[in-house]
Every structure is written in structure tokens, then in C-alpha cells.
Design a protein around this ligand. Structure first.
Ligand code: MCN
Ligand code: FES
Ligand code: FES
Length: 911
């Protein structure tokens, strides 16, 4: 140990520290400065950035022995507090930089230093600064951060008044449709927001710290687990194995369609007989500190017989492939979609046909916040707090495995740093639960950056053959396709995903004849989970690329073929349902001027004979459902408080998309007649102990489905409060008259939808859809195959907009994930794809500064105040727009993602 003196945020501290300890841990654990975030742990993401003796440092890689005595340190808390924010923090709030907010302290510290050094940065200076200092963000697409820094610089130079940095409320008090920052924004920019690890660090003495013993192979039979050595290690209190699990020891994987060949109980909480994938949990070491638990975990000896591993779906379908779950075929779910007449006749009778073979990769979610959770007993109830985005259903998914009645489990969602869908599957919830049930003690678990990448769900890779056909007028006549989806070893929602992929091919276009078949296959690679636009990026990749191939065959412009075929009144979707609105022609018209301009610019650019750079432009049409299939329901409760404020209770889980703001804007609009101010609307969210079940924050459903339930509850309350003269009773008057002051509202899509026809998949799955047209301009370096996105635009229709900051932020962030999917992201190689950078995380320089969102607002008749959904739209089809732009630039069509430089170069060599 060393004794040193530091000045942290202007305060003097004498600290005794372990020279090998990282600065981030000393700040967080010894000084309680939780604003500095621990994320990747290897210096790649910048979430832990602090100013140390005048320079920016990533505190997760700085050991205390390298922090000199007398050091001066500034963390985000030293820059500004929620009630005294710095200029940059205010600008971050105003520009909506705080989605999940987990990266934000790092950006604030980094941006503050930049502005200290340079009062007049250019946008490129700002972009290069954040790049140089490794500030990564997965939610925002970076543009709002650059806008915020530029605004502060203007104020610093006296070009704008100080008030320029704050949101100005409209005089009439409107919230709906404005750019009002979300309620959690001030806490997020100042480091005051408490995430799972921040609460976890303050759990009571005696809390068990958990470390996992994980499989180092991908497939095997367990012969023996010997915990004796580990049990004797310092600080170890218990080593838990499957023998300690009191229930079925399986997580229920929710079988949506009963014709699936699995019952959904494949995934062990702790492996008992077999290992199904790399990283599977075999044992949990519980100790007084994480260091002790982690050290002891290495002494748990697992004896196994290694089995041949099927690392992709094609291998798992080979005749001699082992059944991964003995007794269940590896191809565990098969489904067809059939619309219209005989597909072969339709194709053969068509003037033009285009075929292709496509592959979309195992895309990693790449959240900045590591997976984290904890559990404890409250009386006879097991409480689990985690990053769950489906709290009621997760309770049901783990209850039988733990041997508990679901009502004896209380699930709470912690504030979280992004999930992008991976948390539709439980991760460590059941592991925490097992430890608390076995010991009666609170238990805490935090995955490392490595574990978060290697042991959480991924977007399911898909191999797809596809053919599209069109008549002589360029009108689509048919779509035929067949795909195989690699779902890893666990079935969770894999049947639903198969259906989503089937119904999203050529979605957005009226295709009279469709025949598609698909299958979900167990493999030994990472289990698949939900990921933003679940299913659509796989389908719309192939069909959007083939639209361009068809256009070329016909001599039509790619814009024109899309314009002719997109949904119009009378069109039907791939599942044969009619659409409530038809926004796509309008969206195409909105992007047309920029499309033409970028095309002309690219042609001009390419005219230069010298150099190896070539530019091109591409389009992608994206469509996605709003809501889960067939019967999507939600409840929400409202209570009138004695001070005449209200409290809303529901489970609109907040990944970072803005559940808090969604609730506020919807309730405020619904309660407008009451004249209530936003500060009078309180929320108690995402706790099964007192919130009704509003379903998951998935399927871009919350604004639409939960929003409608909120409106319904508000209407019920207002009906009860309304007097004959149209004015409203106060709380006191309600009580005096014996009137109820709390109401539960509900909404279900069931009356508007129809059940699936298992033979043809012709049905009405949802009420409404959201629509986008993506426009990309790229620059390909033909000497090395490197692609740079120069311009990216998303023209979107999400119905009436509840909050512009939220919607623009969603689209910016999602399009950046599309850039990653197109060019760099992958989780395939278990050795290489294990860090954020190794997985191809897009940096600020990978996202162009010409980055635009154009909104068209088509009123949705069934939506709350005309809104549809938004969250998943931006990842539907930005990647085919980029791939189409690569073709336009240099004549190579990449059909297997991601389009890494080696693939582009190899394709160029073949041209
Ligand atoms: N919204 C709006 N006006 C509309 C439509 C939506 O203001 N017309 C707002 C909503 O109030 C909400 C946001 O936009 O704050 C997204 O709304 P919605 O589409 O209803 O989606 P959910 O709230 O159900 O959020 C889930 C969705 C999904 S499925 C994934 S995955 C996802 C996403 O949103 N993961 C995210 N966005 C994410 N954003 C961040 N930062 N992090 C994630 O993990
Ligand atoms: Fe330190 Fe990522 S750079 S946590
Ligand atoms: Fe940057 Fe979520 S706001 S990672």
C-alpha cells in the first residue's frame, strides 16, 4: 500500500492505495465518485476519462503507482453538478446527447479539456479530438456532441448569449412535439445518475461478490466439477454449481409458435450435463471481494469430454452433425410465407429477374455499460435488479429454473447504459437469484467488458438465397427466398425471429407473389438475442440490394424503381395486410433533391482521372413493425396525489431511448385539460412490486402501446375529476365525494390484428409500421478496399413526433449501427472479436458529419396523438444503402457482410 495526497475536484484527500489498483476503482470505490464509469476496462471506450495533472487519462488503464503524490484530478463531478451545470453540460442536455448516458461523463471531461485548449475549434477539430481521446458512443451517432461543443465555443467567443445553451420552454407549456430534454438528462451529464454498478457498490456489508467459472470450449459433456480447491481460497464463502439450484435449472426461452420443435427449456442456469457454447456458466464463486472471487474461479476444475462444435448453421445441418440438445433436431423451427399465386410461374412469366446469395453477420450489440445486476431477499421475496427490458416476462422465464413461484420474485430495472435488445433475454438475473436463494445473502455480479461481449446474445446470422422479379414496367411481380438462421444453442424467441425475417423481405413494396422459407438452427456459437429491428436488417439487406440489381437490368434509376413499387393505397404487405398509412412515396420525394445532388457530386468527383478514390450513392428502404405480434397489450396506472400532482406507474423500460421522457410527454399531453405542469407529473417505473405490466421495451412498441395505455389511464382519471361545468375536482374534493383517485388504463392491439395462418403466414400482425428511406454516399479507396461513409441521411416517418430530440437521437444512433453493420461489425472469431474495437465499433470518424434526419409526420389513426414507434427504424436498411453506394462507386456488390476492406479489394480484383 502507498500513502499519497491528491486534490480531486478541488478537495484534498489523503489516500492509502494499492499501487496495482486502477485509478477508476479508487475514484469510484474509495472516493465514491461514481460519475467516472467503468466500461470496457481496456482503454478503448473513454467512459472512464478524467483530467489528471492537466492531461486526459483513461482511468481504467492508469495504475495508482503511476499517479504521483500531489496529483490534481478532475472528474465529471468537478465540472458541474445537476443544479450548477457547466456550459458544456448544459449544451449536452439541450442537444439530447444523453440517451443511455453511460459514455457521457467521458465526453464531458474530454470536451471540457478541448474547449480549455481551443476556443475556436472547427467541427473536424472536435471530431478528431473525440477520436484521438477514444470517446465512443453507441447511442447518438456522435453528431449531437459535436453540435454541443460548437455551441459552447460560440458562447465562449461572445457570438451567442449564455442563454443560447438552454432549452426554452414554449409559452403555452406544451411538451408533446417539442425538443424538451428528458428528465434524466441533468443527472446523466453530471455523473449523478446511478446505474447498476453505482448502486451495486453501495450494497450492504456482507454482500457476496460473484465471479463466474465459464466454459472455455464451445461444446462438451461435463464429467466432473471440482470446487474443493477454490473453496479454500482466501475470502471465498461459497462456490455454487448446478447442484445448488433448487428448481428446473433451465431458463424458459418463450416459444411463440406451438409448432416449434423445442419446448424452450434448453438453456441451463448453470451447466449440469453439457456445455453448449463458449462462455457458458458452470459455477459461481462467491467471496468477500471480487478480486478474491475472481482469483478463486481459476481453481474450479472442470473435467469434460470435448464434442465437435457446429460453429455455424450450415455445419449444424450436416447429416453427421451431433444434435446439440439430444432429442431436439438442430433445425428446431421451420416456417413458410406464401402470398399470391404459384411463385415459379410468377417468376418465369416476368420480364426481369435478379438473384443473389446473401449473408448477414453475427452483429454484436456493443453497449458501453457492461452487463450488471444484483439480488437480495426482501422478506420471502427474491428481488433482482438488472438491465432487464422485459421485467414481468423475465420473472416468468427464470421462475421455474429457480424453483420459485413468479410472484415470489420482484424484478426491478436499473438505469442502464444501453441494451439495443440483448436484454430481451435474461443474462445474469438467474445467476444472481441462485446465489441469494442458496445463501440468503445479497449478491452482486458485474460482467467485464470481455464477458459482456463474449457472453451475451448477438444478432442472428442469416444465409439467404433470394430472387426478385418485375414486369416490363418495372413493377415487382414476385419474391422467392430461402434462408437459414444461426440461432446459437438457445431458442429464445428464435421462432418469432424466423417469422420476422420471413415477413420483412421486400417489405415496403407491394409484391403480389411471395414464397419464402426459413429455419432456425441450433449451433454452438453465441446464442442469438433480440437486436434493434429484430429480423429486418437480415431480410431488407438482400431485397434492397436486389432492387438495385433489378433496376440496373431495366435501365431504371434505383430511386425510380423504388418509387414505382413502394406501398400505396391498395398495396398489401408481405403478410397480406393492408396498411393504415402510406408514407413511403413522400419520403422518397423528400430525399430526391439530395439524392440527385450527391449523385451529380459523385460523378464529378469520379471524373478526376488521378487517384484511387471513387464516390457513389445508394438508397435503402426500411420498414418495421410497431408492436409485438397479434395481441400486444399494456397497462399503466395513474394516481392523483394530495398536492394535486400525479404519479404514473408502468414498465416502459428505458434502455436509453427515453422511456422517462416518453411517459412524461404522453401523460402531459393526455392531461392538458387539467392544466398540469410537467413538474407535477411524477413517475415510478419498472418495478414489478408496484407497476402494472406494460410489456417489454421492444418491437418499437412503447410509445404506441404503452402510450395508449397511459392515455387511457389519464382519461379515466380526468373523467372522474370532471365536474358538470367542465372544471375538475381537486384531490380533496375527490376524497370528500368518495371518488377513486387511482386508475389503471389499458390498451391492446388484439381487436385490430388477426392470428397467424401457420401454413402461409398471411395475417395482420400489427396495427401500424414505421417507414424510412436511407441515402448514403460513400468513398471507396480502390487501392486498399477501404470504404468511408461521406454522407448519411435518414428520411423517416414515425407518425406524429412525441419529442424531436428523442426521435432525431434514435435515428442518428441507429444509422451509426447500420454503418457498423455494413462495414465493420462482427462477432465471429472468439479470439479477435472480443473488444469493442476488435468487434468493429464505429468511431466518430466512421460516422460522417453530413449526417441528417428528415422527418415526415403521417398521423397514425390508432396511435397516441398520432404517434407510431421509432426505436428500431434506423437499423432496418441503412446498411444496404451503403452497400448499394459501394457498387455505384466502384462496381462491386458486396453480398456478405461486413464489407471489410479485404472483401472489397478482393471483389475489385475480380471486376
Ligand atoms: N418517440 C417519440 N415519438 C414517436 C415515436 C417514438 O417521441 N412518434 C420516442 C419514444 O418516446 C421513445 C423513443 O422515441 O422514447 C423510442 O420509442 P419506441 O419506438 O416506442 O421504442 P421503445 O420505447 O419501446 O424503445 C425500444 C426500442 C428498441 S426495441 C430498441 S432495441 C432500442 C431502442 O428503442 N434500444 C435502444 N432505442 C435505443 N436507444 C438507446 N439509446 N439504447 C438502446 O438500447
Ligand atoms: Fe476506460 Fe473504457 S476506456 S472503461
Ligand atoms: Fe453514448 Fe449511450 S449515450 S453510449
Amino acid at each position: 500500500m502507498e500513502r499519497k495526497n491528491f486534490n480531486v475536484n478541488g478537495k484534498k484527500y489523503e489516500l492509502i492505495t494499492d499501487p496495482e489498483e486502477k485509478l477508476v476503482h479508487v475514484l469510484r470505490k474509495q472516493l465514491g465518485l461514481m460519475g467516472t464509469k467503468m466500461a470496457c476496462g481496456n482503454g478503448q471506450c473513454g467512459a472512464c476519462t478524467v483530467i489528471l495533472n492537466g492531461g486526459l487519462k483513461r482511468s481504467c488503464v492508469v495504475k495508482m503507482k503511476n499517479v504521483p503524490d500531489g496529483s490534481v484530478i478532475t472528474t465529471v463531478e468537478g465540472i458541474g453538478q445537476p443544479d450548477s451545470l457547466s456550459r458544456l453540460q448544459r449544451a449536452f442536455v439541450k442537444h439530447g446527447c444523453t440517451q443511455c448516458g453511460f459514455c457521457i461523463p467521458g465526453f464531458i471531461v474530454s470536451g471540457t479539456k478541448l474547449l480549455e485548449e481551443n476556443e475556436s475549434p472547427s467541427r473536424e477539430d472536435v471530431r478528431h479530438w473525440f477520436y484521438k481521446n477514444n470517446n465512443l458512443c453507441r447511442c447518438t451517432g456522435y453528431k449531437p456532441m459535436v453540435d454541443a461543443v460548437m455551441d459552447v465555443a460560440k458562447v465562449m467567443r461572445g457570438e451567442e448569449p449564455d442563454s443560447f445553451l438552454d432549452y426554452v420552454e414554449p409559452a403555452d407549456g406544451t411538451v408533446w412535439g417539442t425538443r424538451r430534454p428528458r428528465p434524466s438528462a441533468k443527472d446523466k451529464v453530471s455523473g449523478a445518475c446511478q446505474y447498476g454498478a453505482d448502486i451495486g457498490a453501495r450494497l450492504p456489508a456482507g454482500t457476496l461478490q460473484m465471479a463466474l467459472v465459464q466454459a472455455q470450449i464451445s461444446h462438451g459433456r461435463i464429467l466432473n466439477i471440482d470446487t474443493s480447491k477454490a473453496e479454500k481460497m482466501p475470502g471465498v464463502e461459497r462456490v455454487i454449481t448446478y447442484k445448488d439450484v433448487k428448481g428446473k435449472n433451465r431458463i424458459y426461452g418463450v416459444v411463440v409458435f406451438p409448432w416449434s420443435k423445442t419446448d424452450g427449456f434448453e438453456r441451463p442456469i448453470l451447466c449440469d450435463e453439457k456445455i453448449f457454447q463458449f462462455g457458458d456458466a458452470i459455477a459461481i464463486v462467491c467471496a468477500d471481494t471480487f478480486a478474491h472471487a475472481d482469483a478463486a474461479a481459476k481453481f474450479v476444475e472442470v473435467e469434460y469430454e470435448e464434442l465437435p462444435a457446429a460453429m455455424n448453421a450450415l455445419d449444424a445441418m450436416e447429416e453427421d452433425a451431433l444434435e446439440i440438445h439430444p432429442g431436439i433436431p438442430n433445425v428446431y423451427f421451420e416456417q413458410k410465407i406464401i402470398k399470391g399465386q404459384d411463385i415459379d410461374q410468377a417468376l418465369e412469366g416476368s420480364e426481369y429477374r435478379a438473384r443473389g446469395n446473401f449473408y448477414t453477420q453475427r452483429q454484436p450489440h456493443l453497449v458501453i455499460e457492461p452487463d450488471v445486476g444484483f439480488s437480495y431477499m426482501d422478506g420471502d421475496t427474491l428481488v433482482i435488479q438488472s438491465k432487464s427490458i422485459y421485467i414481468y416476462t423475465h420473472r416468468a422465464m427464470i421462475a421455474a429454473g429457480l424453483g420459485l413461484d413468479p410472484t415470489k420474485i420482484r424484478m426491478v430495472q436499473n438505469v442502464m447504459g444501453g441494451t439495443f435488445g440483448y436484454k430481451l433475454s435474461p443474462t445474469l438475473e438467474a445467476l444472481c437469484g441462485v446465489v441469494t436463494l442458496a445463501t440468503g445473502r445479497p449478491a452482486y455480479m458485474e460482467y467485464s467488458g470481455y464477458q459482456t461481449i463474449t457472453y451475451t446474445g448477438k444478432r442472428a446470422p442469416v444465409f439467404m438465397d433470394m430472387e426478385l422479379s418485375a414486369d416490363k414496367d418495372g413493377m415487382l411481380t414476385g419474391a422467392k427466398f430461402d434462408f437459414t438462421m444461426d440461432h446459437g444453442p438457445y431458442s429464445e424467441f428464435g421462432d418469432l425471429l424466423t417469422a420476422k425475417i420471413l415477413r420483412n423481405v421486400a417489405n415496403g413494396y407491394h409484391v403480389p407473389n411471395i414464397y419464402g422459407s426459413g429455419r432456425a438452427v441450433f449451433t454452438n456459437h453465441a446464442f442469438a438475442s433480440a437486436m434493434r429491428a429484430y429480423g429486418a436488417p437480415q431480410s431488407q439487406f438482400g431485397s434492397e440490394v436486389l432492387m438495385d440489381v433489378l433496376a440496373e437490368k431495366m435501365g431504371l434509376d434505383p430511386w425510380e424503381i423504388r418509387y414505382r413499387n413502394v406501398f400505396r393505397p391498395g398495396s398489401t404487405s408481405p403478410t397480406g395486410d393492408e396498411l393504415d398509412v402510406h408514407p413511403l412515396p413522400g419520403l422518397l420525394e423528400l430525399v430526391k433533391p439530395k439524392y440527385e445532388r450527391l449523385k451529380a457530386e459523385s460523378r464529378e468527383f469520379n471524373r478526376k482521372p488521378e487517384g484511387t478514390l471513387r464516390r457513389g450513392v445508394g438508397l435503402g428502404v426500411g420498414v418495421y413493425n410497431v408492436g409485438t405480434d397479434m395481441a400486444d397489450s399494456a397497462e399503466s396506472r395513474i394516481e392523483l396525489n394530495p398536492d394535486n400532482s400525479v404519479t404514473i406507474y408502468n414498465t416502459w423500460e428505458d434502455h436509453g431511448q427515453g422511456g422517462d421522457m416518453g411517459v412524461l410527454q404522453t401523460a402531459h399531453q393526455a392531461l392538458r385539460d387539467l392544466g398540469i405542469r410537467p413538474e407535477q407529473i411524477h413517475t415510478k417505473l419498472n418495478d414489478t412490486a408496484f407497476c402494472p405490466d406494460s410489456g417489454p421495451a421492444a418491437a418499437s412498441r412503447s410509445q404506441f402501446v404503452v402510450g395508449n395505455a397511459i392515455v387511457n389511464s389519464c382519461e379515466k382519471l380526468m373523467d372522474a375529476m370532471r365536474k358538470d361545468d367542465g372544471s375538475f375536482r381537486t384531490y380533496e374534493e375527490m376524497k370528500a365525494e368518495g371518488l377513486e383517485t387511482a386508475y389503471t388504463g389499458n390498451f391492446t392491439t388484439a381487436p385490430f390484428c388477426t392470428m397467424i395462418d401457420p401454413a402461409t403466414m398471411q395475417y395482420k400482425p400489427v396495427i401500424t409500421y414505421m417507414y424510412a428511406v436511407f441515402l448514403a454516399q460513400v468513398e471507396v479507396d480502390t487501392s486498399n478496399g477501404k470504404t468511408r461513409v461521406v454522407s448519411m441521411t435518414g428520411a423517416v416517418d414515425v407518425g406524429k413526433i412525441g419529442n424531436r430530440l428523442l426521435v432525431e437521437g434514435q435515428i442518428y444512433g441507429g444509422m451509426a449501427q447500420g454503418i457498423g453493420m455494413a462495414l465493420s461489425e462482427n462477432f465471429e472469431d472468439l479470439k479477435k472479436h472480443t473488444t469493442m474495437r476488435g468487434c468493429g465499433f464505429p468511431t466518430i470518424l466512421d460516422v460522417p458529419d453530413d449526417y441528417e434526419v428528415i422527418c415526415q409526420e403521417t398521423y397514425r389513426p390508432q396511435g397516441p396523438f398520432g404517434a407510431a414507434g421509432c426505436g428500431e427504424l434506423p437499423t432496418t436498411a441503412p446498411h444496404p444503402a451503403i452497400i448499394n453506394a459501394i457498387y455505384d462507386a466502384c462496381g462491386v456488390r458486396i453480398t456478405h457482410l461486413p464489407a471489410t476492406p479485404d472483401k472489397v479489394l478482393a471483389a475489385l480484383e475480380r471486376v
